[in-house]
Design a protein around this ligand. Structure first.
Ligand code: NCD
Length: 358
C-alpha cells in the first residue's frame, strides 16, 4: 500500500500548503470543533535528537484532535541502542501507528524511513537538511501576523549553513511573489549554494551581508537562528562563531515599527531577554501557532488518499554520497539514488541534496 508522506514541502504544490495554512487559521479560531477528528488514531513520535517544541507540539496537536500518542525521545531506551536500523524500527512502529513523526541527526532519514513505512511519515527535522513542519508553523505565523506571504523582505541571521529551519523556509517563501531575502552571517556560515540556486530559480532576490546593523532597518521579518553547536566538527570551530550575532533592545531601535522577530527556538544567546517584551518579538507566539499548524497537517494527511513519490532519480551502483552526515552512509541497504543536477556530470543525492561531480 502507498502512503502520503511529508519529507519536503517542495514535494507538494503551493496550493496544498496554502490549504493547510488556511485550516490552521480556522483551527486557531475554533479548536473545539476539531476535538474528535482523530478519535481512535495513533501517532508515533520517534525522536533520535533532542526536541522540546517540535515533539511536544506534535503530541499536543494529536491529543487535541482526539488521537493518542506512542514513541520515544531517547533512542538509548529503545532497540536503537542494540543496533536496530531505521528500516526495521520504521517497519515495526508504522504497523502500530497511523502516522509516524521522525527526527534524526542525519540528513535524509525521514525519506529513508518513508521508503519502508506502512503508514504516513512526517519529517520533523533531518540533520542540518530540512524541517518542513517548522516552515508550516512559520508560514502560519506570517499569515496571521503580517497578513501576507508575498512582497516581504526577510532577513535570516546566524547559522545559515546548518540551520534546517531556514533551508526549508527559504525554499517555501521563494515560491511566493516578490519576496526578498537578506542573509546575515559570517562567511563560514553562509546559506548553502543549492538553496541560493533554488531561490534564484524561483525568481526571488537575495543579498548576503555580514552585520545585523546593515540589514535590520530594511526588514519586514527578522528570522534569528541558533548557532548549531552539535553540527560543527570541532569545539574550536563552534567557539569561533558563537556570540557573533546578538539581537538586543538597542538593535531593535534600528528596526521598523512593524518588523516582526521570529526564531524557531531554542535560543541560546542570540536574542537577549530584554527583547522579549517588545511587541515585535513574535517567537513565543510562533511556537504556540506550531500546534495549530501541526493539527492542520495531521488532519490533512490522515484524510487524503494520496501517495508520495519518494525517489525520482536513478540508482548509481558503486557511487556513494560525499556527505558524511547523509543517512545513506550509515544505512547501507539504501539505494544510492541521485537526480541529475542539470548536466550529465552533476548529480544530487536524493536523500540529502549534496552535489557530486562525476
Ligand atoms: C530548531 C530545530 O530543531 O531545527 N528548533 C525547532 O525545531 N523548533 C532550531 C534549533 O534547534 O536551533
Amino acid at each position: 500500500m502507498l502512503h502520503q508522506h511529508l519529507i519536503d514541502l517542495s514535494d507538494y504544490p503551493v496550493t496544498w500548503w496554502k490549504k493547510i495554512i488556511e485550516l490552521g487559521e480556522k483551527i486557531k479560531e475554533n479548536p473545539e470543533e476539531y476535538a474528535h477528528k482523530c478519535d481512535g488514531k495513533i501517532m508515533a513520535t520517534l525522536f533520535y535528537e533532542p526536541s522540546t517544541r517540535t515533539q511536544m507540539s506534535f503530541q499536543t496537536a494529536m491529543i487535541r484532535l482526539g488521537g493518542q500518542i506512542i514513541g520515544f525521545d531517547n533512542p538509548a531506551n529503545s532497540s536503537v541502542s542494540k543496533g536496530e536500523t531505521i528500516k526495521d524500527t520504521t517497519k515495526i512502529v508504522s504497523s502500530y501507528a497511523d502516522i509516524l513523526v521522525i527526527r534524526h541527526p542525519l540528513a535524509g532519514t525521514a525519506k529513508a524511513s518513508a521508503l519502508t513505512a506502512d503508514c504516513s511519515v512526517i519529517n520533523a527535522g533531518d540533520g542540518g537538511h530540512l524541517h518542513p513542519t517548522q516552515t508550516l508553523t512559520d508560514l502560519l505565523t506570517l499569515k496571521i501576523e503580517k497578513k501576507t506571504l508575498s512582497g516581504l523582505t526577510i532577513g535570516m541571521c546566524g547559522d545559515l549553513i546548518n540551520g534546517r529551519t531556514v533551508h526549508s523556509l527559504c525554499k517555501a517563501l521563494s515560491m511566493f511573489d516578490n519576496n526578498k531575502f537578506i542573509f546575515i552571517s559570517t562567511p563560514q556560515l553562509r546559506m548553502p549554494q543549492y538553496i541560493k540556486d533554488i531561490i534564484k530559480a524561483n525568481g526571488s532576490t537575495l543579498e548576503e551581508v555580514d552585520t545585523l546593523e546593515e540589514a535590520i532597518g530594511k526588514l519586514d521579518v527578522l528570522y534569528m537562528t541558533r548557532i548549531q553547536q552539535e553540527r560543527f566538527s570541532s569545539e574550536a570551530e563552534y567557539l569561533a562563531q558563537k556570540n557573533t550575532y546578538v539581537l538586543d533592545h538597542r538593535k531593535m531601535l534600528l528596526a521598523r515599527k512593524d518588523m516582526i522577530v521570529l526564531h524557531p527556538l531554542p535560543r541560546v544567546d542570540e536574542i537577549t531577554v530584554d527583547v522579549d517584551d517588545d511587541s515585535r518579538a513574535m517567537y513565543f507566539t510562533q511556537a504556540k501557532y506550531g500546534v495549530f499548524a501541526r493539527m492542520a497537517l495531521i488532519l490533512t494527511m490522515l484524510s487524503e488518499d494520496k501517495s508520495t513519490q519518494l525517489l525520482r532519480g536513478k540508482v548509481y551502483d558503486g557511487i556513494k554520497c560525499d556527505n558524511p552526515r547523509c543517512i545513506t552512509n550509515q544505512e547501507h541497504y539504501l539505494p544510492k539514488s541521485f537526480r541529475s543536477g542539470g548536466d550529465e556530470t552533476l548529480l544530487e543525492c536524493e536523500f540529502c541534496d549534496e552535489r557530486k561531480l562525476i
